[in-house]
Design a protein around this ligand. Structure first.
Ligand SMILES: NC(=O)C1=CN([C@@H]2O[C@H](COP(=O)(O)OP(=O)(O)OC[C@H]3O[C@@H](n4cnc5c(N)ncnc54)[C@H](OP(=O)(O)O)[C@@H]3O)[C@@H](O)[C@H]2O)C=CC1
Ligand SMILES: O=C(O)C1=N[C@H](C(=O)O)C[C@H](O)C1
Length: 256
């Protein structure tokens, strides 16, 4: 059995993780961490990761909390030798690397900006298309309680496009064309790729990647309609992380 501690267990993703882990045969929720969470059926809930890991023997910490607190949670868990499966977005690659470098020997920090197979494939397809299209823009759509913009998935997609694209420079107009009072109209540039963040009631999480070249566009789109879409990827991460060490980024690492 894999003993799993769930940070953010009272949140939108945390409650789905608790349900998915509880339903799996080879793992169990040994505790939750949530500052305002009350005790849930079957396991204790602590206010901090430090309190939880002092009290309970956990193999894996799953973190779906907030950009402002995730680094502190990981800084408690990794030096104690607890493997971490992290979905919380908003951390830079440099911060992830620094956290992983403080991990105990044999301990892994696995971060996936998106745990759905569909979004992973969208990013792979974007990487494949990038060399053939001089223009590329990302539009992401999320529920209006999201605390970070742009999304972790959009940032990762832009990074992958930038790494894969041909040296030909985009001819699309950029910030210099924004009219006074409407700065930001052309989006935020992430590694040179314009990224636009839409926030509205009605969305869970969606993203479009639009590629353009002479006389044609190619649009890739992924939609998460329900948070259950992330759960097979989270369980795969929990099952896989024990065999690894150091920083691992992206669910594709563990997908066949
Ligand atoms: N990688 C992926 O595939 C996905 C990633 N995400 C990311 O996951 C994160 C969580 O999203 P979501 O579930 O919607 O957010 P929620 O706000 O619904 O949940 C976050 C929970 O974390 C709690 N929390 C706050 N501080 C701490 C702390 N120090 N330790 C433990 N728990 C804490 C919050 O409590 P309180 O509200 O009382 O402060 C809340 O219950 C976001 O960063 C989001 O971007 C989301 C979906 C998929
Ligand atoms: O906050 C969310 O909801 C999501 N966050 C992740 C992100 O920032 O990319 C993954 C997914 O888009 C849902």
């Amino acid at each position: 059995m894999i003993n799993v501690a769930v940070a953010g267990c009272g949140g939108r993703m945390g409650t789905a993780v608790v349900d998915a882990v509880s339903a799996a045969d080879d793992m169990a929720v040994v505790c939750g961490i949530d500052p305002h969470g009350s005790a849930c059926a079957g396991f204790p809930v602590f206010a901090t990761v430090a309190e939880a890991l002092d009290a309970v023997d956990a193999d894996v910490l799953v973190d779906f909390t907030q950009p402002a607190v995730v680094a502190g949670n990981l800084a408690e868990a990794l030096p104690r030798g607890v493997d971490c499966v992290v979905g919380t977005t908003g951390l830079s690659t440099e911060t992830l690397e620094a956290l992983a470098s403080d991990a105990a020997a044999g301990t892994a920090l696995f971060y996936a900006p998106n745990f759905t197979t569909g979004a992973v494939l969208m990013m792979e397809f974007a990487k494949a298309a990038a060399p053939y299209f001089p223009e590329a823009e990302v539009i992401e759509f999320h529920h209006c309680n999201k605390k970070d913009a742009p999304s972790g998935t959009a940032v990762r997609t832009a990074q992958l496009i930038a790494e894969a694209r041909s040296p030909r420079v985009s001819e699309a107009p950029s910030r210099e064309t924004e009219i006074p009072g409407a700065e930001g109209a052309r989006g935020a540039l992430v590694d040179g790729v314009p990224v636009h963040a839409v926030r509205s009631m009605g969305y869970v999480a969606s993203q479009e990647v639009i590629f353009g070249s002479l006389g044609q566009t190619l649009t890739l789109r992924h939609d998460s309609w329900d948070r259950t879409s992330y759960m097979p990827g989270v369980l795969l991460g929990i099952r896989s992380v024990g065999e690894r060490e150091g920083l691992i980024v992206g669910l594709e690492t563990f997908m066949d």
